[in-house]
Write a protein that binds this ligand. Structure first.
Ligand code: BES
Ligand code: MN
Ligand code: ZN
Length: 490
């Protein structure tokens, strides 16, 4: 797994500034008041820092932006990065500051003089999240080098605030690594193996194999993988950090390791992007990792359906009718609408086995959600306003775009089949909503439920606030926050 850059916190030692190698970071704002670190840098550099702060250039920077003074006289460092940040910066500004610094870092050591900055743990989180590169398949890549030393006041407090944030970053890195991995490397088998390794963190991990899924009656999930040489699997990850009798939150992820479309095959252009079609399962895995790493006092169970959607002589055909674990029959009109076929059985199994307090599924489910919301907001569908609003608030707090979409009988009606209980597509109109409606048919009674369509946000072609191009890890922070807001006992 891609490792986080080590970030450690220390008492302020002004004398370290002159001799530090790599990069030195100081914070400033336009009020002209320099903290002790910035004052020392300014003195060593014979006033250059103050000249910068008084310049138009600095005036035009936004909170969280950084500017570099290279090879400063009087210092051993190769550069000084000056971050514009108000002392009472909000969380977004603090994280943006960390991200700016991560982009400048390269592979060298960094000494951050954080004297007067509040929210320094959030700066560290922004740094950790943005200091990510997927280099597993670059033969020229050296192991990532360099570390970050942060000098600040109240070291113990900052450290305590940073620890759970680093657990989130670790989870997000796992999600990104999984989502970025090519499909010949991340098969259903290697995916399940990686999840099984998380038992070392205190998670209870079980892998259900095809024979088990057949016994459970998961005819819908199994039909998706039946054309692939890779065996379909369901992995169950339990984190029991809460009260013994507390019903768990269930997180369910679509894990299509590659989506060719099957017999309803996709066009060649852009098909390589379908390596990310396990993004939902990636988020569920990352959240479970974060919860375990920070020792969350909550019961959460993560379930992922791992399949590969391939065309072959054994593949499911358009027109085939399959029977779901629930017992409902499904006419497969389009084999490319496979995500819902996987999720419906995993959702039913999750409710059957765990009777969860609430259920949230994540899936790169529809291209239509990208047409509707682009790459900045995931589609949110829910049958429960309390749960849904709590999630929307958590997502907003974490800066992860999420926008609620409607559900309704009129959309459900579009799934009527002439020969089976339902068909797996509802036509072109409202494609994301009919997909959600299909899933809602597999929600038991009034179990609070959210469906997150993350097709637009799981992997992106231009960088976001805290992630480079590629897999974002969207949702790990929001779901972690939802768990702490709603399900943790203290
Ligand atoms: N995995 C795709 C959805 C997708 C598209 C994810 C683009 C990420 C980026 C999904 O399985 C799919 O193929 N959906 C079809 C549904 C249609 C056949 C009803 C789609 O969106 O075209
Ligand atoms: Mn598909
Ligand atoms: Zn898909």
């Amino acid at each position: 797994m891609t490792q986080l850059t080590p970030i450690t916190f220390h008492e302020i030692d002004i004398e370290a500034i002159a001799t530090a190698t790599g990069r030195v970071v100081v914070f400033a704002d336009t009020d002209g008041k320099l903290d002790t670190g910035a004052r020392r840098v300014n003195k060593l550099m014979r006033g250059a820092l103050l000249r910068l702060i008084e310049s138009d250039r600095f005036e035009q920077m936004k909170a969280g932006d950084a500017v570099t003074l290279a090879f400063p006289v009087g210092m051993a460092a190769e550069a000084v990065d000056i971050v514009r940040l108000p002392r009472n910066a909000d969380q977004t500004q603090a994280r943006a500051a960390g991200a700016s610094l991560a982009k400048l870092r390269g592979q060298v050591d960094v000494l951050v003089m954080a004297g007067a900055v509040r929210r320094i743990a959030e700066v560290a989180y922004g740094f950790a999240m943005r200091d990510y590169a997927f280099e597993d398949h670059k033969t020229s890549a050296k192991p990532r080098a360099g570390e970050v030393r942060v000098m600040c006041g109240k070291v113990d407090e900052v450290q305590a605030a940073a620890a759970p944030l680093m657990a989130i970053a670790e989870g997000a890195f796992m999600t990104r690594d999984l989502t970025n991995a090519p499909a010949n490397v991340l098969t259903t088998t290697t995916f399940a193996e990686q999840l099984a390794e998380m038992s070392a963190l205190g998670l209870k991990v079980e892998v259900l194999e095809e024979a088990d899924l057949e016994k459970l009656g998961m005819g819908s999930l199994l039909c998706v993988g039946q054309g692939s040489a890779s065996p379909s699997k369901v992995v169950v990850m339990q984190w029991n950090g809460g009260a013994k009798d507390a019903k768990p939150l269930a997180l369910i992820g679509k894990g299509v390791v590659f989506d060719t479309g099957g017999i309803s095959i996709k066009p060649a252009a852009g098909m390589e992007d379908m390596t990310m079609d396990m993004g939902g399962a990636g988020v569920v895995s990352g959240v479970m990792r974060s919860l375990a790493l920070r020792g969350a006092k909550a019961n959460v169970v993560g379930l992922v359906g791992l399949v590969e959607n391939m065309p072959s002589s054994t593949a499911v055909r358009p027109g085939d009718v399959v029977t779901s674990m629930k017992g409902d029959t499904i006419e497969v009109i389009n084999t490319d609408a496979e995500g819902r076929l996987v999720l419906c059985d995993v959702m039913w199994y999750a409710q059957d086995r765990f009777a969860p307090a609430a259920m949230i599924d994540l899936a790169t489910l529809t291209g239509a959600i990208i047409i509707g919301l682009g790459h900045d907001n995931a589609g949110v569908f829910s049958n429960n306003d309390v749960l849904c609003n709590a999630f929307l608030k958590a997502a907003q707090t974490e800066g992860e775009g999420a926008w609620r979409m409607p559900l309704g009988q009129c959309y459900d009606d579009l799934l009527k089949s002439r020969i089976a209980d339902m068909k797996n597509v509802g036509g072109r109109a409202a494609g994301s909503i009919t997909a959600a409606q299909f899933l809602q048919r597999f929600v038991k009674g009034d179990t609070p439920w959210i469906h997150l369509d993350i097709a637009g946000v799981a992997s992106v072609k231009s960088e976001t606030a805290l992630a480079p191009v590629g897999a974002t890890g969207w949702g790990v922070a929001a779901l972690n926050r939802l768990v702490s807001d709603m399900y943790e006992t203290e």
